[in-house]
Ligand binder design. Structure first.
Ligand code: SF4
Length: 176
């Protein structure tokens, strides 16, 4: 029986959720025996694989690249996990929503003592009119709230998912 595959994805987040993933420390070795990490900011692979069993998503959906990425990830993932408050609620990135895109760009690139002026249009992907939690854009199977969720919570959730369990009951068996 082949090992289930695991991916992690980074949208609009601070990387704190990935830091919490790394905080599993020696349990990462146990995890590596149970699942194969096939795509992540932590591994050198550029394209999302054709089929992944479990994908953890950090961050909210803030720009057109995030949107295209999460749609592709969803299409190629069996169990999609919203990892952390930015993915679950839009959290910190969503704080720009009441102001509108133009005001935010002007504040960042025109009003401040900054740097690049006018706002860059080539390097930064266009912002969506509103930052969205992941489930507003694609269906989500499991939510792990927290800012960030603790390493203990992530490990327990992955153990359950790899074993085909969720807190609500059975899901599917991988590699069967
Ligand atoms: S939930 Fe918290 S730790 Fe995770 S990406 Fe958002 S701000 Fe960072």
């Amino acid at each position: 029986m082949s090992k289930p595959t695991l991916a992690t994805v980074w949208l609009d987040g601070c990387s704190g959720c990935h830091m919490s993933f790394l905080d599993m420390d020696e349990r990462l070795l146990a995890l590596a025996e149970q699942a194969e990490l096939v795509y992540s900011p932590l591994v050198d692979r550029k394209d999302f694989p054709e089929s992944v069993d479990i994908t953890l998503v950090e961050g909210a959906v803030s720009n057109v690249e995030d949107l295209a990425k999460i749609k592709k990830v969803r299409a190629h993932t069996r169990v999609l996990v919203s990892l952390g408050d930015c993915a679950v609620t839009s959290n910190i990135p969503g704080m720009r929503n009441p102001f509108g895109v133009q005001a935010v760009l002007e504040r960042a690139y025109v009003d401040t003592v900054a740097v690049v002026n006018p706002p860059p249009s080539l390097v930064i992907p266009p912002l969506l009119d509103r930052v969205r939690p992941v489930h507003e854009v694609v269906p989500v199977d499991v939510y792990l709230p927290g800012c960030p969720p603790s390493a203990d919570v992530i490990f327990k959730a992955l153990e359950d998912l790899i074993a085909g369990r969720t807190p609500g009951g059975n899901v599917q068996q991988f590699g069967a």
